[in-house]
Design a protein around this ligand. Structure first.
Ligand code: CU
Length: 498
C-alpha cells in the first residue's frame, strides 16, 4: 500500500470509528447474510406473515419467529442480544425491543436513526440483554396492530432452580379491518369498527379534550347514558373483532398443562394496540412480583390492570386437585374477554363465553400507588424537571404532547418527568431506553415501581424519575397506537448526541 492510499484508508477508518459497532456491522449489507463470526453467533429472528383462524375466518397476520419456529426470544440475564432480524414480509418494517436498553441506533424507532428494514433485509443487533424481566418486541409502525409482536423474556440465572413453571401470555386486540383503515375512520370522527348508524351520535362530542362548544345544548343529551355506556366512548376508540391471548380467542383458548401443587409464574404482556385489560386470576390467588420486568414488593390479589405496553409477572400456587383454572383478560369498560386455561391432570374444561356478564374494570392508579420497587433509584433531588401536557381533540382525532418539541437532558442528570393528562382518555406513556420510577401521583409523593410504561388516566398527573445514563435520542410516546401515530409522540434527547 502506498502512503497516499494508506492515509485515505485510515481516514475512512477514523470516520467509521465515530459510528457504533452496530452501524458498522450493518453498513453495506442489506439483504446479505454475512459469514462473519458475529453473525454465526446471532440468533435469527424472522418477521413473517402467517394465518390464524379467528372465529372461523382466516386472518392473515404478522409474527416474529425465532429459529425454533416459536414466537419471540428468551435469554438469560448477562447474555448479549445477538440477533439477526430478517424481514420476510412484503413491506418494510422495524422492530423495537420494548424494555431492553440497546444503544440508540439499535432501538427500532423508524428513522431514529435507522430507516425501516427493506423487504428481505437482514439487520444485526448486538447489545447486553441486561437484567432479568418480562419484555417484548413489536413493530414501531401500524403493523403492530396486525400482531407484529412477540415476547422477549430475560430469565434470571436462578430461574431453573425455583421450580416455577413459566406461562407467557401475550394479549392482543384484533380487527379484520386493516390498521390504515381503522386510523382513517378515527380521523373522520367515527369510532373505528363501529356501525355509527346504531350509535347515539350525541355522545361523540364528549370524548377527547373538553371542547368549548358554545352552541351545544348539553341538557338535550342523554346524561344518564353518559355515566354508563357513554363512558365507554372515552375508554375504547376501536371496536375490535376479537381479543386474543397467545393468538387465540376464548372460544378456542390455549390450554396449558400445569403441575398439581406446583407454582406458575405468569408473564403477561399487553401487546394490544388500543385496549386496556384487567387480569382476573379467578379461583387462584395471585401475587404480583414484577411490573414491566422490574421486581416490586409482592402484592397479592385476583385482579390486576394492565395498559398497552405494560407487563405483569404474577405467581400462582396451583391446587393439588385436578382442575381447570382460567386466567382471563377483561376488556376495559366492556364485556369481552380473552384468556388461557391452566389445567392440572385431566381437569375438565368448561366453555367460557367471550362475553362476560359485566364490563371489565376501568383502570385507575390505585394499584400503581401501592407498588414499591425492589431496587428503587437512589434518593436524589432532580437536576432537571420536564413538564408535558397530554392534549387531544377527539373530534379531529388529534393528539399531542405540549410543548410540541423534543425535551433535552444532559448525561448524569436525575430527571423528573411530569405528565399532566388534560384529555378525557387515558394514555399509557412509554419512554424508550430507560426504566423510570413513579414518584408522584396527583400530588402524592411516593417511591413507586420502576417501569417503562405508566398509565395516566384522564385529568391525572404522574411524575416519574430517571437517571440520564443512556445517551441517545429516545422516543417518548403514548402506547395507544392510534394516539401515537396521530401526534402523541415526542422524544427525550441527550445534549451532544447528533
Ligand atoms: Cu394515548
Amino acid at each position: 500500500m502506498n502512503r497516499r492510499k494508506f492515509i485515505a484508508s485510515t481516514a475512512a477508518l477514523g470516520a467509521a470509528a465515530a459510528l457504533s459497532p452496530f452501524i458498522l456491522r450493518n453498513l453495506g449489507r442489506p439483504g446479505v447474510q454475512s459469514a462473519s463470526a458475529a453473525a454465526s453467533e446471532a440468533r435469527v429472528l424472522k418477521a413473517v406473515s402467517r394465518t390464524l383462524d379467528i372465529q372461523g375466518k382466516a386472518a392473515t397476520v404478522f409474527g416474529l419467529e425465532g429459529s425454533d419456529g416459536k414466537s419471540g426470544l428468551t435469554f438469560t440475564e448477562g447474555e448479549r442480544f445477538q440477533v439477526a432480524l430478517v424481514n420476510k414480509l412484503s413491506d418494510p418494517t422495524i422492530i423495537h425491543w420494548h424494555g431492553l436498553k440497546p444503544s440508540y441506533d439499535q432501538d427500532g424507532t423508524p428513522n431514529a436513526p435507522l430507516p425501516l428494514l427493506a423487504v428481505g433485509e437482514i439487520r444485526h443487533y448486538d447489545f447486553p440483554v441486561g437484567t432479568a424481566g418480562t419484555h417484548w418486541m413489536h413493530a414501531h409502525t401500524l403493523q403492530e396492530q396486525n400482531l407484529l409482536a412477540a415476547p422477549l423474556i430475560v430469565r434470571d440465572r436462578d430461574a431453573a432452580k425455583r421450580n416455577e413453571q413459566e406461562v407467557v401470555i401475550l394479549l392482543h386486540d384484533f380487527s379484520f379491518t386493516p390498521a390504515e383503515e381503522l386510523l382513517a375512520r378515527l380521523h373522520k370522527g367515527g369510532m373505528a369498527g363501529m356501525d355509527m348508524s346504531k350509535h347515539d351520535m350525541s355522545k361523540m362530542g364528549m370524548s377527547g379534550m373538553k371542547m368549548d362548544m358554545p352552541g351545544m345544548k348539553m341538557d338535550g343529551m342523554k346524561m344518564d347514558g353518559m355515566a354508563m355506556d357513554g363512558m365507554a366512548m372515552d375508554l375504547n376508540d376501536i371496536e375490535y373483532d376479537a381479543y386474543l391471548a397467545n393468538d387465540r380467542t376464548l372460544d378456542d383458548p390455549e390450554v396449558v398443562a400445569v403441575e398439581k401443587g406446583g407454582k406458575v409464574r405468569l408473564r403477561i404482556i399487553n401487546g394490544a394496540a388500543g385496549t386496556v385489560f384487567t387480569i382476573d386470576t379467578g379461583e387462584l390467588s395471585g401475587t404480583l412480583v414484577a411490573v414491566d420486568g422490574q421486581d416490586i414488593s409482592p402484592v397479592t390479589g385476583r385482579r390486576f390492570p394492565i395498559a398497552m405496553g405494560q407487563r405483569l409477572d404474577i405467581t400462582l400456587p396451583i391446587p393439588t386437585l385436578a382442575g381447570a383454572y382460567p386466567i382471563l383478560a377483561l376488556r376495559e369498560g366492556a364485556t369481552q374477554r380473552a384468556g388461557v386455561i391452566l389445567r392440572t391432570g385431566d381437569g375438565s374444561i368448561g366453555k367460557i363465553p367471550v362475553q362476560g356478564d359485566t364490563s371489565g374494570p376501568v383502570m385507575d392508579l390505585s394499584l400503581e400507588a401501592t407498588l414499591q420497587a425492589r431496587k428503587p433509584l437512589a434518593v436524589k433531588a432532580p437536576d432537571r424537571t420536564l413538564r408535558t401536557m397530554l392534549m387531544g381533540n377527539m373530534m379531529a382525532y388529534e393528539w399531542m404532547l405540549m410543548p410540541n418539541k423534543p425535551f433535552m437532558v444532559r448525561s448524569g442528570e436525575r430527571v423528573h418527568l411530569e405528565m399532566m393528562n388534560h384529555t378525557e382518555m387515558a394514555h399509557p406513556m412509554h419512554l424508550h431506553g430507560h426504566a423510570f420510577q413513579v414518584v408522584d401521583i396527583n400530588g402524592t409523593l411516593l417511591q413507586g415501581a420502576l417501569r417503562d410504561t405508566v398509565h395516566i388516566p384522564p385529568k391525572s398527573t404522574v411524575t416519574v424519575a430517571f437517571d440520564a445514563d443512556h445517551p441517545g435520542k429516545w422516543a417518548f410516546h403514548c402506547h395507544h397506537l392510534y394516539h401515537m401515530v396521530s401526534g402523541m409522540m415526542s422524544a427525550i434527547n441527550y445534549e451532544g448526541v447528533a
